[in-house]
Design a protein around this ligand. Sequence first.
Ligand SMILES: Cc1cc2nc3c(=O)[nH]c(=O)nc-3n(C[C@H](O)[C@H](O)[C@H](O)COP(=O)(O)OP(=O)(O)OC[C@H]3O[C@@H](n4cnc5c(N)ncnc54)[C@H](O)[C@@H]3O)c2cc1C
Ligand code: SF4
Length: 506
Amino acid sequence: MILGPGDAQWSALAEQTTEVDVVIIGSGAGGAAASMQFADAGLSVLVLEEGGHFDERAFSQDQGVAWRQLYADDGQRVMSGNLYVPVAGGRCLGGSTVVNSAICFTIPQWRFEEWRAEHDLAFDWDELQPWLRRTERFIKVTASRPSIYGGNNAACQRGLDALGWSGGPMMRNAPACMGCGACQMGCPSGAKLSVAKTYIPRATQAGARFVTRARADEVVRDDGRVVGVRAALLDPETREPLHSITVRARAVVVAAGAIRTPVFLQANDLGNDHVGEHLHVHPGSGVIGVMNEEVQGWRGIPQGFYCDEWHRSEGVMLESFWATPEVFYMSFPFGNDGMTGMNDFSKMTALGGLISDASEGSVRPSGTPGRAKVNYQVVDADRRKLVLAQLRSAQILFAAGARSVRAGVYGVPELTSPTEAAQYLDPNTVRLKQLMAVYSSHPHGTTRMGDDPTHSAVDSGGKLHGEEGVYVMDGSLFPDVLGVNPQVTIMAMASMLAQRLATTLA
Ligand SMILES: Cc1cc2nc3c(=O)[nH]c(=O)nc-3n(C[C@H](O)[C@H](O)[C@H](O)COP(=O)(O)OP(=O)(O)OC[C@H]3O[C@@H](n4cnc5c(N)ncnc54)[C@H](O)[C@@H]3O)c2cc1C
Ligand code: SF4
């Protein structure tokens, strides 16, 4: 059952106390996957989701409307620090999976072994791997079809073929994708299998209840022990609290995403000093290539091809991308000929890299419910990777036949050859403050996992160190940087942890 404003049962929750086995805060990748495990195990489950319930009947192709309906802080969430970096996230039933590009990588084994070497994890690859495979099957991961690449992804493939660099068609959870290009505004055909199409329907069939427009604000304690959550039912227009509800539960699972999970915990004095620290976001940086021929990059999958040639050696994972004209115009230096440059919009291709960031940010409550203060200082090693991401992207697009490349670096002219790209996109000379258009949408690590409480916030079962009955099951619990798009790994880890907890609660 999914409840929202307008349902009599939603209003009936007002000022009431509901008792369940498990209450989950957040219905994104982690919360939804966990809800299914708990419900399948026969436990009573209630999920609180701050955002509203939207699907293909309500998604809008208007960027501003999409930001307001579907995104945290109406799409304006940014990190402060030594660079201006947006950190996008979903705020709706299904969380960020509703607005993501459906890219489905899983954690490489070498990265997991790095995690195990540095952090005190009580499970190994042989335990995690079946959950990764099971998740891929459940959300129907398949390779992108060339017939819906469109010109943008085809250019990336051409460049890689010419250079002989490793890469391929993106694995995605949208088998019936039509390549309309609108992923980040919600899939208008319903082809993208966000958790609102997979885990949530299955969990509701098994009896789980999802309450939308319900923001968890505080925990309920009995004799110091956490025994539930108090939430505000929100007016869908003003987002002001209309009513309060109380949910008492044997286990409280926080899955509000890596920005809001630590904020909820800190606001309630829960957890140790690692809560809210060690934030990784995979900052990304890219370039635009201008071809001689029509590309019409808005047709086709927005992110349909990748290059992993530089992933392990340089910490740069390259992926094609597409965005709306206003985003391109704001993000790249078009110089005095800006308007004229945009005449080439239909000939543009876009490619960029997300980096395995060594930088670690921090998250704190802002004092305004629902908002976080995020601080992130880009360290020099990451500055270099961000420049390399642009250089490698430029090399691929020139190899694909680009007549010029516009880099996201202030002061760099329109580049007309790979030689110029190497000259201007030199990691030894490009300064941090020159970098434009650095973007992120993969926050993780803010309640990092490990069995040593002096080093981590939650144990290998996701339980908060020093607290009984409070668990984290979302991207916050990654012990370190992941390096690839995270949704599948989050779903797999949340499923594994939820199934284990369910056996102790059943
Ligand atoms: C634009 C964009 C594109 C992306 N593309 C990809 C991609 O192609 N592939 C990929 O693997 N990853 C992608 N990601 C990242 C991926 O979707 C996320 O890493 C993943 O969904 C995070 O899962 P989560 O459970 O940690 O949090 P989320 O999925 O963000 O869910 C958290 C939920 O908690 C809710 N919430 C927060 N606070 C509260 C509260 N106090 N009370 C109640 N509810 C609350 C939020 O509203 C939200 O719905 C993308 C992300 C974005 C934003
Ligand atoms: S490209 Fe269009 S059809 Fe395909 S998943 Fe994205 S929004 Fe859906």
